[in-house]
Ligand binder design. Sequence first.
Ligand SMILES: [Mg+2]
Length: 281
Amino acid sequence: MNTVATKPLLLLAALVLLGTSACSTLRPPPAAEARPGRYDHMMNATIWYQRAPEARALYHQAFNIARAQLPALIAQGDNRPKAVIVDIDETMLSNAPFEAQEILEGRDYSDAFWRDWTQQARAQATPGAVEFSRFCEAQGVQVFYITNRAQEEHANTLRNLQAQGFAFARAENLLLREETSSKKDRRDKVAERFEVLLLLGDNLNDFADVFEARGDDWGAELVERYRHEFGKRFIILPNPMYGEWEYSLYGSHNRSDAEKSAARRNALQGFRPVSEAAPAP
Ligand SMILES: [Mg+2]
């Protein structure tokens, strides 16, 4: 058995208590000082996200699927006004420069560090995201941005969405974190007035609260149970850099770098014991 979360509800509670900004929900408290190399394990994932054309293609693929679903969903719908719900970070905007900066400086997440980035309001739209928002607008479907960024980030987040040219980049369509990082209440609030046709996100928790308690298998069984929703009502975007899955990996916010490194090795599933896998002389 590896060091995965065995008490997902407790971990969720911890997440709620610790919840700060969108990225911070998975980050330990700030370290006293930067340590070069401490985030090198994130390098491949971040380079892939920033530079691999496959990552770009996956975004286009996801938004193309979302667009293809929409006309039929509108036609099948009831008389209520229509909406889609989207996450912001690593769904509509890319914070890869922030992740890259963490690696380059060997510097832990902190609210101040995160705000250094978000207050600049210069996160780029993910590939296809702006066009998707405008397609929704043309179809008469509102876009609601539900994010776990903090209320203090409201103005800068709105400014960033507007600068990138997103449709519905206005206060009434932007729902930031309130008391809890769970997005259920905010989704319900939108659903009181709109028929929600699609949900888009890079985190399973962006789709339904059932994914908030993932279990010992990291949520694999849940994904199988809801597999027919993916590419239908649930449109998932790629994010190998961070996510709720790290709770399953580390089981706590308070692991040392050495413990986290060991947890990563324990999580790998090889095909034979490492002692038998020594390189040939
Ligand atoms: Mg996100």
